[in-house]
Each structure stands twice: as C-alpha cells, then as structure tokens.
Ligand binder design. Structure first.
Ligand code: CO8
Length: 269
C-alpha cells in the first residue's frame, strides 16, 4: 500500500514500508506536531487510534513502528487543551480511552524515541511492546509539576517496569532521565546513538515481520499476560497458545524446513 491509498491525517505521517523481496510490510506512524513538541492533543490521539487499527488489520503488516522527530517523541498530553477541562469534563469524555488503542494492537509495536518523551509521551512509549531509544532522549513523568498525576498508565506501567522505589522517586520529583538510564532500569529494550534510532527500529520491525505471524501474535499475547495476571493463570494462557500454534501452516512448514535442512517459506497462516 502506498500513501496514496492511506487516509491523510492532520497530525500524523502514516505509511507502510515494503520489505525487499517479500510481500511483508512494516507499518509506520510518525507523530507530526513539530511546533508543539508533538503534544498529544485529542485529535492526534483519535487519528492515532484509527491509523493503528488500519495497520493492525492489514494482513501484510508484520510490525508497527511509532516515532516522533529528532526533538521529541512527544512532550506529553496537550496542556493547552487540558487547562480548560474540569474534572467532570474529563470524567464525561474520558479522552484517555483513545490512548489505549495501541495496547489493543495484535501486531508488535515498537516505539522509536528521540528527544523528549515526557508525561503522556513516556506513557505512550510504555504502551508499545518495545522501545528503541536514543542516548540523547529525555524521559520523565513531570505531571506533578503542573498539579496533576500521570493519567495514561504511568504510575502502573513505570512501577511494573522499574520497581516501586525508582518509579516513586521519578514521579514524585518529575525529574527527567536519559536514554541510557532508561535502558539500565529496564524500561526500554535498546539504547543506540540518536541517528541510529529509526534504522534500528525499522530493522527490528523487518526482522519480526518476516517471522511466522501467528507465532508472533501468540508470543506477544502470552508475554503480555505476564504483566496482567498471576503466574499460574499466565502459564495456562501460554499453554493454550502453545498448543494452538501447532494448528498453523507455518508450524508444519517451519518444522519440515528444519528437518529438510532448507530455509522455511512462511505463509503467515
Ligand atoms: N502541551 C502543549 N504544548 C506544549 C507541550 C505540551 N505538553 N510541550 C511543549 N509545548 C509547546 C510549548 O507551549 C511551545 O509552544 P509555543 O512555541 O507556541 O509557545 C512549544 O511547544 C515549545 O515548547 P517550549 O518553548 O517550552 O520549549 P523548551 O525547549 O523550552 O522546553 C519542554 C521543552 C521541556 C518539552 C517543555 O515544553 C515542557 O516542559 N513541556 C511540557 C512537559 C509536560 O509537562 N508534559 C506532561 C503533560 S501532562 C500529561 O502528559 C498527562 C497525560 C495523561 C493522559 C491525558 C489524557 C487526556
């Protein structure tokens, strides 16, 4: 699919990038409000939910990269928009509902982060399955400095990722931390030089997109259970998905190819 067949967005650049010599593609979503450091206004988040659903439902898309620009992944929710909202406005419209769309993707999602990933920007990154970040990236949950708290999962996902003591200190001070610190704390999957962030994320997405799609989807679903439920319930889910993976054509092909000492030809079924 080319840009011509994709909708036009106001705050996003969306594309599907073909992988050479295959029919597989990588979904590409770039947050595009550069003048406001990609502040996540409501209309951007509605567009993001819609673009992600489109890419997730495209059978040739094997992984999705979400990125910003050199200066910012995203500097948080749009404070100008939030400033005029009352508690009842927030309760009635529940704008955070649209933010969770990324967690509903069946395809693996990879955040490629340079510059600021603050507040809702850091929360959006944490909703992705993996994050490749630049050494110069700046993370933080600065919400308390403007009189609120993280509201798009920050208090929960940060704590699960890096532990209570560090999540507490970072959130209660609002202090920022670097790409290398994020990696050392286990918040992100890889830290690279800033100009390597996008190529590394795309290469990772291409690698994953060429693996058998049913196995990738099942593995993602099982790993997500580790953060959602008890060990015994998670092990049950893993066992069901493991058994189910034996129904895929790619299981037959993958194991036959191994035994015949040849490369597998996956059909992603
Ligand atoms: N919202 C709106 N506009 C922003 C935001 C933002 N989060 N961040 C930056 N901008 C705008 C500025 O207003 C400015 O616009 P203009 O040129 O029109 O005045 C422009 O971007 C450039 O910003 P600065 O002049 O401040 O640039 P600096 O380089 O001096 O500073 C910073 C960059 C450090 C990123 C600084 O802009 C900053 O601190 N931004 C706010 C960071 C923040 O507090 N984020 C948390 C917001 S709250 C949140 O994310 C809660 C999410 C919970 C879910 C919400 C569901 C609706």
């Amino acid at each position: 699919m080319t840009m011509a067949t994709l909708p036009t967005y106001t705050h996003l650049l969306v594309d599907v990038k073909p992988i050479a010599d295959t029919n597989r593609t990588v979904g590409w979503v770039q947050l595009n409000r550069p003048k406001a450091y990609n502040a996540l206004c409501n209309s951007l988040m509605v567009e993001l939910a819609s673009a992600l659903a489109l890419l997730d439902n495209d059978p040739n898309v094997g992984a999705i990269v979400v990125t910003g620009n050199d200066k910012a992944f995203a500097a948080g929710a749009d404070i100008t928009e939030l400033a005029s909202q009352s508690a009842m406005d927030m309760h009635r419209t529940n704008p955070i509902g649209d933010w969770e769309a990324i967690t509903h993707c069946k395809k693996p999602t990879i955040a490629a982060v340079n510059g600021f990933a603050l507040g809702g920007g850091c929360e959006l990154m944490m909703m992705c399955d993996m994050a490749i970040v630049g050494m110069g990236a700046k993370f933080g949950q600065p919400e308390v400095t403007i009189g609120v708290i993280p509201g798009a999962g920050g208090t929960q996902r940060l704590t699960r990722a890096i532990g209570k003591a560090r999540a507490m200190q970072l959130t209660l001070t609002g202090q920022t931390f670097s790409g290398e610190e994020a990696y050392a704390m286990g918040l992100v999957s890889q830290v690279v030089a800033d100009d390597e962030v996008v190529p590394t994320a795309l290469a990772l997405a291409e690698t994953i997109a060429q693996k058998p799609a049913m196995a990738i989807q099942a593995a993602k679903q099982a790993i997500n259970q580790a953060a959602e439920t008890t060990l015994s319930a998670g092990l049950q889910v893993e066992r069901h998905l493991f058994h189910l993976s034996f129904a895929s054509a790619d299981k037959t092909e993958g194991m036959a190819a191994f035994r015949e000492k040849r490369p597998p030809v996956f059909t992603h079924h």
